[in-house]
Design a protein around this ligand. Structure first.
Ligand code: PRX
Length: 654
């Protein structure tokens, strides 16, 4: 960094809309007074310990926190088992008949699994894993679609103390191989196939290709979802059919009593550059975080709510808010296998109505797709069962927030915009729906027991309104404990930029009311004539235009300005691209948030390049806009999107 570098990020967008929780919602909310926030602030360790105490422990911890920065041990000396929190304790409390999952396959096949069914299935699976020689501490890689057996496999590993690592079943054979190799897994659990937009998607061929290059793998346990439709080869010495191994097992399996700091799972996150990092989470702290945040952020009432998180278990959102958080609370959930637009663009709303979903948690990328598809799809269904909405994964543009509130939440559901990361394990910045005045586009304040600060380039904390880098000042129970096999990278990536603080890699601003606005990855911040602008604010301005459904903005190299903003825009269903509209959008941004932010060019596109978890890959758009060779594509979900954009660029600049 040179001295001329501005010290913070400039902010342009202002938002005056605020929504107080209704008195009706507050009256019934799990948190309806500031007291809990104050208590957590007074003594955060004690506060977290009071939540940990609500779990079932075989032995209580000796010490709440041991902090040898940046290495944390939470609840050390304590012993517990993750699957017991999620299953046994509910069954023992007489809740065995409560539905754990209403499962819906994409073709419309359904299953209903109670907590007793899940416990039986998990015990059988755990016994099957033991028969295959899997022991405490062994690594097991899971490559499965959204079927209940994925949740069972996760919990079965945790029951016997095996370290599980779920790889999203859309990753390529190379990505799967790299992850198996990094963790030296002994077993892969997979499905032969899944359904996606009406077709069978063969997963077993991908697994075969990956495993051929992984000598550590002794067996592949295959759950049958596609059946005869899948022709992938099977290796009789290596492959074991789920039905042959698991169905015959006993449904009783003594859980392994784990140390609080024993590793529960490894989950790979690619970040923006470099090799994927195997993020390590341990047992006691992670469960405490997932349990507490699920109950307080989603205002969960396990006896009456039907909760649906639309993420895949292959991402951290699915780990924390489909498996461990909701199940540790004894929630009833919906789990859906397939695409949101199959067979119709209203599939999600049909399911909300069918299962009377009351809490719905999804991603901004999905919300922007719903906006693009049109209001009539949610309008065709009765969504009156909904009482709370959530979002996660990216900044949500204020107009998308308003659309979500109006068309899905009937303007009565509070919206929790939750900021967190694979590394944080649980939600860190979020409204508390019974007390927080929400603001479209802002994740508002740090969760109780968490302290989020804004720092400038020199690591000085910015007080009051301002913008800079998001950092967390002290450890929290569900924090990552390291990167699998690479402590140095752990220290460098997260703890060296601002010594003593956790650096999240995101830009953030604080408004006059103290609300936090996450501005996206700092790698995406652009420097226009010496002003650092976040992509999020210009994108939000574009999305506020009545013709626009979704926008990505990047900083393109510019001779005079250093960088200049360029917008890639997806129009709403009924709108047509034209030069006039491009000019109108440029002028709109200049009027809305300032001439500095006026895009140099606007490209219209039917799609944007995204990661498999739906995040916009702005660095690839930068390559397109600068006419460069396109960089690393391994995390890109659909490469045809980029081909179309490059063709458009070449045509415009020929
Ligand atoms: O940039 C932030 C963005 O997603 C990143 C974390 O990604 P991942 O590890 O894949 O986990 C996603 C699910 C927790 C963050 O560094 N992000 C996540 N939630 C938000 C967000 N950006 C703004 N607002 C959010 N609510």
């Amino acid at each position: 960094m040179t001295d001329s570098t501005p010290k913070t990020i400039d902010t342009l967008l202002t938002e005056t809309r605020q929504f107080a929780p209704s008195s009706e919602f507050s009256a019934q909310a799990n948190i309806n007074s500031q007291d809990i926030v104050d208590a957590a602030h007074t003594d955060w360790q004690d506060w977290w310990a009071s939540w940990a105490a609500k779990l079932t422990w075989d032995k209580k911890w000796d010490r709440v926190l041991e902090w040898d920065s940046p290495f944390a041990k939470w609840f050390d000396g304590g012993k517990l088992n993750a699957s017991v929190q999620c299953l046994d304790r509910h069954v023992e409390a007489g809740l065995g008949d409560r539905v754990a999952y209403f499962w819906e396959g994409e073709p419309g096949d359904t299953r209903e699994l109670t907590y007793q069914d899940m416990l039986d299935g998990v015990c059988k699976t755990a016994n099957g894993l033991r028969e295959l020689g899997i022991e405490k501490g062994d690594r097991v890689t899971l490559y499965m679609p959204m079927v209940p057996e994925l949740a069972m496999a996760v919990l079965a590993c945790s029951r016997i103390g095996a370290i599980f690592s779920v790889v999203f079943a859309g990753f390529s054979a190379t990505s799967l191989k790299d992850r198996i190799h990094d963790q030296q897994a002994k077993l892969v659990i997979c499905a032969d196939a899944t359904w996606r937009r009406g077709s069978i998607l063969d997963l077993k061929t991908v697994v075969n290709e990956a495993v051929e290059q992984c000598p550590s793998i002794e067996n592949v346990l295959v759950y049958t979802r596609g059946g005869d439709c899948v022709s992938a080869a099977s290796d009789i010495n290596r492959d074991v059919a789920w039905a042959d191994l698991i169905d015959k097992q006993s449904d009783v399996c003594a859980p392994e009593s784990m140390d609080a700091e024993d590793v529960l799972f490894i989950l790979y996150t690619s970040g923006t550059t470099g090799q994927p990092k195997g993020i390590v989470h341990t047992t006691g702290g992670y469960l405490t975080g997932a349990y507490t945040t699920t109950q307080l952020v989603f205002d969960l009432k396990p006896e009456s709510d039907v909760y649906w998180c639309t993420a895949d278990i292959g991402w951290i959102t699915g780990h924390s808010y489909i498996v461990f958080g909701p199940m540790a609370n004894g929630a009833t959930q919906v789990m859906y296998e397939g695409a949101p637009n199959h067979p119709g663009l209203d599939r999600f709303w049909e399911l909300v109505d069918k299962y009377q979903v009351s809490i719905f948690y999804t991603a901004p990328t999905a919300i922007r797709a719903f906006m693009k598809w049109g209001d009539k799809h949610p309008a065709a269904h009765d969504l009156s069962s909904l009482r709370l909405l959530g979002t996660v994964g990216e900044p949500i543009n204020p107009e998308a927030w308003i659309w979500y509130s109006k068309h899905i939440g009937n303007e009565i559901c509070p919206i929790v915009d939750t900021w967190w990361q694979t590394e944080t394990g649980g939600i860190m910045i979020t409204p508390l729906p019974g007390i927080t005045h929400t603001v479209p586009g802002s994740a508002t304040k740090a969760f109780p027991g968490i302290e989020a600060v804004i720092v400038d380039d020199d690591g000085n904390e910015i007080e009051g309104a301002g913008a800079g880098y998001l950092a967390l000042t002290h450890p929290w129970p569900s924090m990552l404990r390291g990167i699998w096999g690479d402590n140095e990278r752990y220290k460098d990536t997260y703890w060296s930029r601002f010594p003593g603080k956790y650096f999240a890699g995101d830009g953030v601003k604080r408004d006059e009311d103290g609300n936090l606005w996450v501005l996206g990855r700092v790698d995406d911040v652009m420097n226009v004539s010496g002003h650092r602008l976040s992509t999020m604010e210009i994108e939000s301005s574009l999305v506020a235009h009545p013709s626009v459904a979704e926008a990505a903005v990047i900083g393109m190299s510019h001779d005079l300005k250093g960088q200049a903003p360029v917008g890639f825009v997806i129009l709403l269903g009924d709108q047509q691209p034209s030069d006039e509209l491009a000019q109108e959008l440029r002028a709109f941004v200049a009027t809305e948030i300032g001439a500095l932010a006026r895009p140099e060019a606007i490209y219209f596109t039917p799609e944007l390049p995204k990661t498999r978890s739906g995040k916009i890959m702005r660095r690839l758009l930068r390559d397109v806009a600068e006419g460069k060779e396109i960089g690393d594509l391994t995390t890109l979900a659909d490469s045809s999107v980029l081909e179309a954009l490059t063709a458009e660029y070449n045509q415009r600049n020929a």
